[in-house]
Design a protein around this ligand. Structure first.
Ligand SMILES: Nc1ncnc2c1ncn2[C@@H]1O[C@H](COP(=O)(O)OP(=O)(O)OP(=O)(O)O)[C@@H](O)[C@H]1O
Ligand SMILES: [Mg+2]
Length: 377
């Protein structure tokens, strides 16, 4: 498993997991082995806080994070967080195996060809995709390279520190979302899977074999596009459209038996499932096509490779019927994973049903929290 993006230093203490999402901030505190849930809180991200994955106002974000910490009532101050997808580029590249220091230089040099901004303005990290002990010196090996705009990293660190936190790891979201799946993926070392996370401002796809990532793609088409489509169709501002989507959007993709019922409703209800479905249908078509194209891109890049199973998560995946739609149109069987498996949750302290319902959008913060309690390499 690709471990970590940027290790600022190695803590011996446990750290919180905090996702700075375009739509919400999500905090998860775990502790112990096996991990147990200690605290959990989420809070809407005020609009305009992030622009293209860069923190627009670190001080304002810091204040929001403080409120979140207060709500969670945690005393931990070490934190594992992640750089927003729009400011990160993830690629696999080939370099010959060599001593670590030289390899780092080779990767930088090689990466420069793929990065649309000067190499001096980025933070770069990489991880080999196969254990280097299994590769002989000089032989080509694949490494996953993560590059983030320095501006994005600096703004994020400023906000975290401004909230009194001590960041120990900045990961990347597409991999963080895989940590809760690590045992399940690792149990079938040869199986190829695809993990699709639909967030508020980006969608990521990670192709894996066993628990190792093979390739990543990030799309801009995501939850916000569904909201905007509803806003346009009904003449609503973004926040109202968002509310309508969440309230009525759960019944959007009609199954065959429901169609009659939906037609009956259509005349009476402003936000009938049928009208909402009409509004978001073009986005669903685009999203399905983009995912299909990404799978084709993986196939071209990696040779004839097709995922056997798909995992679908992220808040944007909560449109009812989406997993079925993707399964039917892409020929890959998609399911929604439960990020709480393997984590102890005290039913006296937490609302299990609520946590389960939120599960799909908590893969990343739970993954970050899992990193916060696992020994760092
Ligand atoms: N019940 C629902 N039906 C449809 N969409 C939903 C529902 N609940 C949440 N969403 C959508 O999920 C998105 C938020 O998902 P998530 O919390 O995973 O994003 P984020 O982590 O804040 O953003 P990002 O990771 O992209 O920065 C929003 O677009 C929201 O509208
Ligand atoms: Mg997210």
């Amino acid at each position: 498993m690709v471990s970590g993006f940027s290790k600022l230093f190695k803590p011996r203490v446990e750290a919180l997991g905090l996702e700075i999402g375009a739509s919400s901030l999500k905090l998860v505190e775990l502790s112990g082995h096996p991990p147990a849930l200690r605290a959990f809180a989420t809070r809407p991200t005020p609009p305009g806080m992030l622009a293209e994955g860069v923190v627009a106002e670190p001080a304002a974000l810091a204040q929001e994070i403080r409120e979140l910490l207060a709500e969670a009532r945690t005393r931990k101050r070490y934190v594992v967080s992640a750089v927003p997808n729009p400011s990160v580029i993830l690629r696999t590249i080939q370099v010959p195996k060599m001593p670590p220091k030289e390899m780092e230089e080779a990767v930088r040099w090689e990466a420069e060809r793929y990065i649309p901004f000067p190499i001096d303005e980025v933070v770069l990290d990489f991880a080999p995709l196969e254990p280097l002990s299994e590769v002989s010196e000089g032989e080509q090996t694949e490494v996953m390279v993560g590059v983030a705009r320095q501006e994005a990293v600096a703004g994020l660190l400023e906000a975290l520190r401004g909230a009194g936190l001590m960041p120990v790891v900045l990961d990347v979201k597409p991999f963080a979302g895989l940590y809760p799946l690590e045992a399940e993926l690792g149990a079938e070392p040869e199986r190829v899977a695809v993990a699709v996370e639909i967030g508020a401002e980006s969608t990521s796809l990670v192709l894996t074999r066993g628990d190792r990532p093979l390739a990543v793609r990030v799309l801009t088409l995501s939850g916000k596009d569904f909201t905007e489509a509803i806003g346009k169709a009904f003449g609503l501002d973004f926040l109202t459209a968002e509310e309508v989507k969440r309230t009525y959007g759960l019944a959007t993709i009609p199954t065959e038996d429901e169609e009659l019922l939906l037609d009956f409703d259509a005349e009476r209800e402003r936000y009938s499932p049928a009208r909402i479905y009409d509004a978001i249908r073009p986005i669903l078509v685009d999203l399905t096509q983009e995912i299909r194209r990404s799978l084709e891109f993986f196939r071209v890049q990696l040779g004839d490779i097709h995922p056997e199973v798909g995992y679908l998560y992220g808040g944007g995946s909560r449109l009812r019927g989406l997993a079925t739609l993707l399964t039917d149109t892409l020929g890959v069987s998609f399911t929604t994973p439960d990020p709480w498996q393997g984590i102890q949750v005290d039913p006296k302290r937490f609302d299990l049903e609520k946590l389960k319902e939120l599960g799909p959008e908590l893969m990343v913060p739970i993954g970050l929290a899992l990193r916060g309690v696992s020994p760092l390499d």
